[in-house]
Design a protein around this ligand. Structure first.
Ligand SMILES: C[S@@+](CC[C@H](N)C(=O)[O-])C[C@H]1O[C@@H](n2cnc3c(N)ncnc32)[C@H](O)[C@@H]1O
Length: 273
């Protein structure tokens, strides 16, 4: 029996929304098309391409990698297996940075995003604050290639450089704001072996230690790279806020505070020099 849209959607073992999204992706059509054409017979090549994606999804591959895209701050970011899939909770880091930049009154604030991955944070800031000079770094050339592609596609002005945290910006003048969503999962956390995390780059998820190592490195290096009155904001794990506040206070930061995400979890912590 020939495969129709309706029959394919009904026979797939994935949740209906995911099945629809994969078929939309293969056919490059909106959801309304699937509804209006549910008795259309599909080409064998279309069915094969859909089946390959459905099998990968059933094996656990994240939807974002299969679709090649994830929305963040209203922008469609390309993603690929070498790069972390941007998370909705990271939008708090962007919103906080944008608010700070706009309140600073600086004509051309210098912004640094450490560990940019797909470029989600840096590019979203650059698009929201065209007056800012935005720099972004990563240790992964693969991630930087994706980030650079996203900046081009979305029309954002961001300067990218590769290196181990601050090594990537040697010789740069001081920054007014530093933001980072570093790897903060402890190396022995069982979640690393579950769900989407199994397929994401391990170096984007864990610091290979107790989850605080990258955060400590970023805090320790910030005073030498921030302008007077500059600010540092970092995303961290649900149980790390008090440790990060202490790191900032011990390093000489003032007005140290944490902000909660929509789930009521202390998600980002920052302070002023
Ligand atoms: C949690 S991901 C965040 C990606 C992106 N900023 C986001 O929020 O979607 C952490 C990023 O830090 C990068 N990273 C890990 N270790 C690093 C290091 N030593 N120096 C610079 N970047 C590093 C990883 O490659 C990864 O892209």
């Amino acid at each position: 029996m020939a495969d129709t849209v309706r029959r394919l959607l009904a026979s797939c073992r994935l949740p209906r929304l995911e099945t629809q999204m994969l078929l939309q992706h293969v056919l490059q059509v909106p959801r309304s098309w699937l509804i209006a054409h549910d008795t259309d017979v599909l080409e064998p090549g279309t069915v094969q391409r859909f089946q390959a994606l459905a099998d990968s999804r059933l094996a656990g591959q994240p939807m974002a990698y299969l679709l090649g895209e994830r929305e963040f701050m209203g922008h469609a970011f390309s993603v690929a297996p070498g790069v972390l899939i941007p998370r909705p909770e990271t939008e708090l880091l962007v919103e906080t940075a944008v608010q700070h930049i706009n309140q600073s009154g600086l004509a051309a604030p210098r912004v640094l995003d450490l560990g940019t991955g797909s470029g989600a944070v840096a590019i979203s800031i650059a698009l929201a604050c065209p007056q800012a000079q935005v720099f972004a770094t990563d240790i992964s050339p693969q991630a930087l290639a994706v980030a650079d592609g996203n900046a081009g596609k979305l029309g954002a002005r961001v300067e990218f450089s590769c290196g181990n945290w601050y090594d990537a910006i040697v010789g740069q003048p001081a920054f007014d704001i530093i933001v980072s969503n570093p790897p903060y999962i402890s190396a022995d956390d069982a979640h690393l072996g579950q769900g989407d995390l199994r397929f994401e780059p391990i170096g984007a998820l864990t610091d290979g230690a107790n989850g605080l190592h990258a955060l400590e490195t970023i805090v320790a290096g910030a005073p030498a790279r921030l302008a007077s009155g500059g600010v540092l904001w970092m995303e961290h794990g649900w149980d790390q806020a008090s440790a990060v506040r202490k790191m900032l206070q011990d390093t000489g930061f003032c007005r140290v505070s944490s902000l909660q995400d929509l789930a009521g979890i202390e998600r980002i912590t920052g302070g002023f020099l």
